[in-house]
Design a protein around this ligand. Structure first.
Ligand SMILES: Nc1ncnc2c1ncn2[C@@H]1O[C@H](COP(=O)(O)OP(=O)(O)OP(=O)(O)O)[C@@H](O)[C@H]1O
Length: 217
């Protein structure tokens, strides 16, 4: 469902990605590790179409993102991708339920009980009307996971999704994420520095100067 080929990206003449390739099947769940500054977030941003590569292709479900204009890329991202950020990125003036419902509104999709069902699935049924400031870090990240899945994306991208959580909460949040990915059949790419987090993925790659290298189990 995702094919990345010969992806290159430089910032101010300094190469960050030099020929990255990756193939992901439907429902596959992989982790990407690598040293700080090697370009992991840059790669996720290119896959999400939040940034454009200098060369190469990102083909999502048969569509080459690099050939779309900004509006087309934004529409595709909203519809087919869910993003989980390290710092949650919840909107402070919206309730938990309103935050989760945001991708439905942006895509003009009927709720059909989906927000309520997802909040129950991530253990937050009782917090639908709370505001982000009233949540713990683990709760906020579970809201972010529900929001990333509510519109049934084909691909979930998570950039250090448990980086701000204590180890016990991180394990719980990852279990919720994996359970929801399996339930929805969504593929996922998780960027992480944590071996514990990587161990929850089916495969792990290490990003380095020579590109993405599969790591032996
Ligand atoms: N918008 C930008 N403008 C200029 N340079 C950038 C930009 N985004 C990233 N870079 C540079 O590209 C390199 C890769 O950054 P990136 O955030 O992708 O690394 P990373 O592997 O995710 O690092 P970390 O593990 O520390 O989060 C860094 O040297 C960074 O300074």
């Amino acid at each position: 469902m995702l094919h990345i080929r010969e992806l290159t990206k430089s910032y101010a003449g300094a190469p960050v990605l030099r020929g990255v390739a990756l193939d992901l099947g439907p429902g596959e769940y992989v982790a990407i590790m690598g040293e700080s500054g090697v370009g992991k977030s840059t790669l996720l941003n290119l896959i999400a179409g939040l940034d454009t590569p200098d060369g190469g292709r990102v083909v999502l479900e048969g569509t080459d993102l690099t050939r779309l204009d900004d509006d087309e890329r934004t529409r595709l991202r909203r519809r087919r991708i869910g993003f989980v950020f390290q710092a949650f990125h919840l909107l402070p003036h919206l309730t938990v339920a309103q935050n989760v419902a945001l991708p439905l509104a942006l895509n003009a999709i009927e709720d059909g009980g989906r927000v309520e069902a997802l909040l129950a699935a991530v253990g937050l049924a009782g917090k639908a009307d709370r505001y982000p400031r009233e949540l713990s870090g683990g709760e906020a990240q579970r809201v972010a996971i529900a929001r990333a899945l509510v519109h049934r994306p084909a691909l979930v991208l998570a950039d250090e999704p448990t980086g701000n959580l204590d180890p016990v909460t991180a394990t719980q949040v990852l279990a919720v994420l994996r359970e929801q990915l399996e339930r929805d059949g969504a593929a996922a790419i998780l960027v992480t520095h944590s071996e514990r987090v990587a161990a929850t993925a089916q495969r792990t790659y290490v990003l380095g100067p020579e590109g993405l290298v599969p790591r032996d189990p």
